[in-house]
Design a protein around this ligand. Structure first.
Ligand code: NCD
Ligand code: ZN
Ligand code: ZN
Length: 438
């Protein structure tokens, strides 16, 4: 088997989609590629889909997904996470390394890659751990993971910060040889100690919850961009959450330092105020921040300082999440609502046009992760990876309808704009009429 889809799939003629907001046109998908674009007569064997009012975007790419397999198949599996991704319009996800066992060997990476291929709903690209067992002490087999059939290009100890500057330097030097990238969970463990469960500020004080300050993120971002400059290597800042981190990244990019960054849908929309509910659904790392940070993140995503939206989809079983706020696990779901959130907070007010959305959710993440067949423009001869999205209409999110095995969905009960109608992975409809085709 190869990543290239070998299953027979029908030809599809998508009629009258708004192609990246540039106006209505038809798209003919056949043999896994976009065969025609413009005004097309239906070939006899093609399934015709009326896409009037739908926008066509390249298939979304998530730089930051937790699939939980192996080890926590009660929270998510490659199959259920892939289904959630397809339902959200994704055609590729990067699966974080904090599984059990940790993805820190070539064999472990190949195993996850193979599970993804067997599901066939999205391309699953394992992220390799930076350090063995995420212990922060010894580098993992970065080169072997890269040279394996999983072709790992992104390395991260996500969930933990690579705190040792000497190890971070060595990791950056090492991956430079094959143009891979280190994705950092920027959280100084001394400034954000074991008790910290939310943003440190006036509200955390009032609620009596121990918080962690924005500077715990910012000092690591600042250190890492200097290490990236020193090593002339690529660092990626996972889930940026503060205005100060944005300032540092903006400065670093202006110096020509090879830094990229992502922001999550939840950090673009939700604020610290939700702490007042004491609902552990809203417990996440990095924590939800006050509104001025949310505004800075939106501006940075719009002007390209932040390159990509990444979900940090972090499923947790009920018995890990349903505790008092202080004891509950960190993390929330994100794959299924990411595009709706971006439409709601970034597109509808004109901040990001559809080409901008396509860049931040598909083109840029594919480039950062070095995925050749993803994030491509919608053009003739390109792989037929795309999503059809109905941008109009309001939807009240029902967390119980999720493809995910977990229910820690921060969007449950909220009103968002738009809906994914169909997703195509190399010409195969993984989602049609909003239903996943497993
Ligand atoms: N985001 C989270 O709050 N949790 C993530 C780890 C992480 O992304 O840091 C998880 O694995 O659950
Ligand atoms: Zn993280
Ligand atoms: Zn994460």
């Amino acid at each position: 088997m190869s990543t290239e889809d070998t299953t027979e799939s029908s030809a599809y003629l998508i009629k009258g989609a708004d192609i990246l907001g540039r106006g209505a046109g038809d798209l003919l998908l056949a043999d896994g590629v976009i065969r025609g674009l413009g005004s097309i007569d239906a070939p006899a064997d093609a399934i015709v889909l009326d896409a009037d009012g739908l926008v066509a975007l390249p298939g979304l790419v998530d730089l930051h997904t937790h699939l939980r397999e192996p080890g926590r198949e009660d929270a998510e599996t490659v199959a259920t996470g892939s289904a959630a991704a397809a339902a959200g319009g994704f055609t590729a996800v990067l699966a974080m390394a904090n599984t059990n066992p940790v993805t820190d060997t070539a064999e472990a990476a190949e195993h996850i890659h193979d599970l993804g291929r067997r599901c066939g709903l999205v391309d699953v690209h394992p992220v390799g751990a930076v350090t063995k067992g995420l212990a922060g002490e010894e580098l993992a087999e970065l080169g072997l993971m890269h040279r394996s059939s999983a072709a790992v290009n992104v390395f991260s100890d996500d969930g933990k910060c690579v705190h040792d500057a000497r190890l971070m330097r060595r990791a950056l030097e090492y991956v430079r040889a094959f143009d891979a990238v280190i994705s950092q969970h920027s959280q100084d463990p001394r400034l954000a100690d074991g008790q910290a469960c939310c943003h440190e500020g006036e509200l955390s004080g009032r609620l009596g919850l121990p918080g962690w300050p924005v500077v715990a993120e910012e000092v690591i971002v600042a250190r890492d961009v200097m290490l990236a400059r020193h090593t002339n290597s690529r660092v990626h800042v996972a889930h940026v959450s503060t205005a100060g981190s944005v300032e540092v990244i903006r400065w670093a990019k202006a110096q020509g330092i090879k830094v990229t960054a992502e922001v999550t849908p939840h950090h673009l929309m939700l604020t610290t105020d939700l702490l007042a509910t004491y609902d552990p659904t809203f417990k996440v790392n990095p924590p939800l921040r006050p509104n001025q940070h949310v505004q800075a993140l939106r501006e940075a995503l719009a002007d390209g300082t932040i390159d990509a939206v990444a979900t940090d989809h972090a499923p947790h079983a009920r018995h890990d999440k349903e505790h008092a706020f202080g004891e509950a696990a960190f993390g929330m779901l994100g794959l299924e609502q990411a595009l709706q959130v971006v439409n709601t907070v970034m597109h509808r007010d004109g901040t990001l046009d559809w080409a901008g959305v396509a860049d931040r959710m598909s083109g840029a993440p594919a480039r950062i992760a070095g995925l050749a067949g993803q994030g491509r423009p919608l053009a003739e001869g390109e792989p037929a990876n795309l999503v059809l999205f109905d941008p109009e209409g309001q939807v009240v999110i029902d967390g119980a309808a999720s493809q995910s095995l977990s229910r820690n969905n921060p969007w449950h009960g909220r009103t968002l704009h738009g809906q994914v109608v169909a997703t195509f992975l190399r010409g195969r409809a993984t989602v049609l009429d909003g239903e996943v085709n497993s």
